[in-house]
Design a protein around this ligand. Structure first.
Ligand code: HEC
Length: 455
């Protein structure tokens, strides 16, 4: 019944979008601004994507493909499901339903160009392969390059340490944002089929260490794990991360994956700092959990794997980062607290595009001690999932992409009871004023914790 009503509402929305306004859609007025905001960072000469989408002439031959890829929400690569859960994230390039409808209407009308006077000024990019966060934060404060690696054509996957690089820092600083960028000699056109063949670093965990080898930054030395296709990280403003004077960046845990040619690559790590004197309000640490017992049949869709985690302390959950492997197609995150049960988010999963979703500070889930967090992964080992190389076989847990995983690679601010109450009170007020989403604040609707569920 409910589903039927929603479908009807969507149909009405589409019909009215078609009837009003959308008939006169042109490239210069309506489409170019969308491409500038959500596509050109990748779709420009010598960036990661196979074709440039900077001008009408470049875009026109791809009009149909653009309609298809945007309608399926495959492009831009951002897979948070819009119909359920929290929607406010930082650095979100995804298109609204209206924008997707506008693209479809434009293609259906023959992809008209429109008057040149409507065209917004071209967006400028500092250089060919640059950090995407430069657009919002300006150039990074520090860029540290890893040692260069040479990966011979067709060699097996390799895991290990590739060495260290000095940060050159002469004072302690708190990090506001980080972005990893692989710089390699693989031609863009050599790999148009998938982002996976374009890059050699399939993952990289970078630690900060002191020159004497001791780990740096207390409990919190590591940056979020970089993975192929991964986007940048903006940290919660109250939760900057420390890098100490004299720190070395240790490229200690690297996964290299060969392509079909001898290739050289290095990883550039860009850091943006908080102003001097900044102090983080919260104790931020990784909150990662998952399931290492995975047993998937061949040739079967909708295979579900779950993992649970019980909070000992209240938290503000800072991000959602579904991590699965080739068979993974979707992961959901649910919070359960006594009788309160909320689906926080569901996201599609494509192992070529491992994405991290950072909650907006006003939408980050506020979860009391005792909350049970549940992740549910959906796996598809049929030939319909192009990332599965051999649909015939059983597969279990493991490190290679052809083995399976299920993790949420999250970070949380671990709060004192007082900090938690202050956050909840502020959130409640924002929800009341319509400035924040209600979902994710488990205790916002309740004045007192429920009776023990185990009564
Ligand atoms: C983060 C980088 C990135 C962003 C942002 C991005 N793309 Fe892509 N796009 C790629 C890459 C890389 C490919 C090649 C296929 C793959 O690896 O998934 C691709 C493939 C495509 C294709 C398929 C090309 C073909 O040959 O059929 C289309 C169409 C497309 N993108 C359109 C868009 C549009 C439209 C947007 C913005 C609304 C966008 N992309 C945003 C990186 C990106």
């Amino acid at each position: 019944m409910r589903v039927g009503l929603m479908a009807a509402a969507l149909l009405i929305a589409h019909a009215s979008a078609g009837a009003q306004g959308l008939s006169g859609v042109t490239f210069t007025k309506d489409i170019a601004p969308i491409l500038q905001r959500s596509c050109q960072n990748c779709h420009r000469p010598n960036s990661v994507a196979p074709m440039s989408l900077m001008t009408y002439e470049e875009v026109r031959p791809f009009a149909r493909a653009i309609r298809q890829q945007t309608a399926l929400r495959q492009m831009p690569p951002w897979y948070i499901e819009k119909a359920i859960g929290i929607q406010a994230f930082l650095d979100d390039p995804s298109l609204s339903d209206e924008e997707i409808a506008a693209i479809a209407a434009w293609v259906d009308a023959g992809a008209p160009e429109g008057p040149a006077t409507d065209l917004p000024p071209a967006r400028s990019f500092p250089d060919t392969r640059s950090f995407s966060l430069t657009a919002t934060l300006g150039p990074p404060d520090l860029v540290v390059s890893s040692p260069e690696v040479l990966v011979k054509a067709g060699v097996p996957d390799w895991w290990g340490a590739i060495g260290e690089a000095p940060s050159g820092l002469t004072e302690d600083r708190y990090i506001k944002a980080v972005e990893h960028l692989e710089v390699n000699d693989v031609p863009v056109q050599a790999s148009s089929a998938s982002i996976g063949g374009r890059f050699l670093f399939h993952h990289a965990a970078v630690n900060f260490v002191q020159p004497d080898g001791t780990l740096d930054g207390g409990t919190f030395q590591a940056l979020p794990v970089h993975e192929v296709g991964r986007n940048a990280d903006l940290f919660d403003p109250a939760a900057g991360r420390l890098i100490r004077a004299g720190a070395l960046l240790s490229f200690a845990n690297i996964h290299l994956h060969a392509n079909d040619r001898d290739s050289k690559a290095r990883l550039d790590v860009a850091l943006w700092f908080h102003p001097r004197g900044y102090r983080p309000a919260y104790d931020v640490r990784p909150l990662t959990w998952g399931q290492n017992e995975i047993d998937l049949d061949g040739n079967t869709a909708d295979q579900v794997v779950e993992a649970f985690y019980t909070l000992q302390q209240p938290i503000k959950l800072l991000n959602y980062e579904p991590h699965m492997h080739a068979a993974g197609v979707r992961m959901c995150l649910e919070a359960i607290w006594g009788p309160v049960r909320q689906m926080l988010n569901c996201a599609g999963y494509n192992h070529n595009w491992v994405r991290a979703y950072t909650y907006h500070p006003d939408s980050a889930p506020l979860l009391p001690a005792g909350t049970i967090l549940r992740i549910v992964g959906y796996n598809d080992t049929t030939a319909k999932n192009p990332n599965v190389l051999d649909p015939r076989n059983w597969s279990g847990w493991g490190h290679r992409s052809v083995d399976n995983m299920l993790n949420n690679l999250a970070y949380a601010a671990f709060l004192t009871p007082e900090q938690f109450e202050t956050e909840v009170a502020a959130r409640r007020e924002k929800i009341r004023r319509g400035e924040a989403e209600a979902v994710g604040c488990l205790t916002c609707g309740v004045q007192r914790p429920p009776q023990s569920a185990g009564r």
